[in-house]
Design a protein around this ligand. Structure first.
Ligand SMILES: C[S@@+](CC[C@H](N)C(=O)[O-])C[C@H]1O[C@@H](n2cnc3c(N)ncnc32)[C@H](O)[C@@H]1O
Length: 253
C-alpha cells in the first residue's frame, strides 16, 4: 500500500511544496550543519533510508556526502535518479525496506536518516523497533541516526481532518492537492486528492490512500533506547518538524 501510494505520487511530489528547490537547499543545509556538528563531515558515507524523490538526499549529495539513497517505492527512486542526473550528482540508489535494509552492510554508515515523517508508515511498535534496530546495525560505532517526524501529541484527532496544500501552477495547468485524515484508534487513513486543471478547464482527480501510526515522540525516544541507541534527543531547531537524533555508542576501549 505504501509503495503504491508513493509510486503514484512521485510525478507530483514536488508540487506539494510551494518551492521544492528551496526546500532541498534549506533541508540539505540544515542536515549538513547537524551532521558536521556531530563530527560527520562531507565525504562521509551516509544512508537516506526513506529518500523518496530526494528532498533531503539531493541537498546532502550536493554538500559532498557519499550518499546511499533507498526507499520502498521504485517510482520515487526512478524520479530521484532523474533528479540526480539533471544536477550531475551521484549516489547509490536502491529499493530497500527500512525494516531490513538488506542492501546495506553492517557498520558501514556514518549516518542513517529517514526524514519527513517516514517512520510512522510503520504501523506498530514492533515494526518501528525492527527498523530502528536495523538502522543501528548499519551504523559505524559513533555514527548517528536522524529522523524527522510529526509531533502527534500536538495534533487534535478530528475526523475528517481536511488539510489543503495550496494551489500550484505547472506546465500551464493548475494543480490542487488536499490531504484528508480519518482516525482509527492510534492510526489514521490518509487520502490525498490530486486535481489537475488544464488550460481548457478540463479537470482530473486522483485519490491516493495510505495509512499512518500516530506514534508519539516520547514513544519513539523510548524505542530508540530499546534498539541500542544512546543520547537519544528531540531537536526542534533543525527542520520544519521535530528531529530525533541518536547515536550508536563508540566502540569500548
Ligand atoms: C513523506 S515521504 C518522505 C520522502 C523524503 N524523505 C522527502 O522528504 O522527500 C515518506 C517516504 O517514506 C518511504 N517509506 C515508507 N515506508 C518505508 C519502508 N518500510 N521502507 C523504506 N521506505 C519507506 C516512502 O516510500 C516515502 O518515500
Amino acid at each position: 500500500m505504501t509503495a503504491t501510494f508513493y509510486d503514484r505520487l512521485a510525478p507530483y511530489y514536488h508540487l506539494l511544496y510551494g518551492d521544492w528547490e528551496a526546500a532541498i537547499t534549506r533541508q540539505g543545509d540544515a542536515l549538513s550543519d547537524l551532521l558536521t556538528a556531530q563530527g560527520i563531515a562531507p565525504g562521509a558515507p551516509i544512508l537516506d533510508a526513506a529518500c523518496g524523490i530526494g528532498t533531503q538526499a539531493i541537498g546532502l549529495a550536493r554538500h559532498g556526502y557519499r550518499l546511499t539513497a533507498s526507499d520502498i517505492s521504485p517510482g520515487a527512486l526512478a524520479r530521484l535518479r532523474d533528479e540526480l542526473a539533471r544536477r550531475d550528482l551521484r549516489a547509490r540508489v536502491q529499493v530497500d525496506d527500512l525494516r531490513t535494509l538488506r542492501g546495506v552492510e553492517s557498520e558501514s554508515m556514518a549516518a542513517v536518516l529517514a526524514c519527513d515523517n517516514s517512520l510512522p508508515h510503520l504501523l506498530s511498535d514492533a515494526e518501528l523497533l525492527q527498523a530502528l534496530r536495523t538502522c543501528h546495525r548499519c551504523l559505524r560505532p559513533g555514527g548517528v541516526a536522524v529522523f524527522s517526524v510529526r509531533d502527534y501529541a500536538s495534533i487534535a484527532r478530528v475526523s475528517p481532518d481536511v488539510r489543503p496544500y495550496g494551489m500550484r501552477h505547472a506546465a500551464g495547468s493548475r494543480f490542487l492537492a488536499v490531504q484528508v485524515w480519518e482516525w482509527d484508534g492510534d492510526q489514521y487513513d490518509l487520502r490525498v486528492y490530486l486535481t489537475t486543471e488544464s488550460p481548457t478547464g478540463a479537470c482530473t482527480t486522483q485519490v491516493l490512500t495510505s495509512r499512518y501510526y500516530a506514534v508519539s515522540i516520547t514513544r519513539l525516544l523510548a524505542l530508540l533506547g530499546e534498539a541500542g541507541f544512546v543520547d537519544a534527543q528531540r531537536r526542534d531547531d533543525v527542520l520544519f518538524q521535530p528531529v530525533l537524533l541518536a547515536r550508536r555508542a563508540h566502540a569500548a576501549g
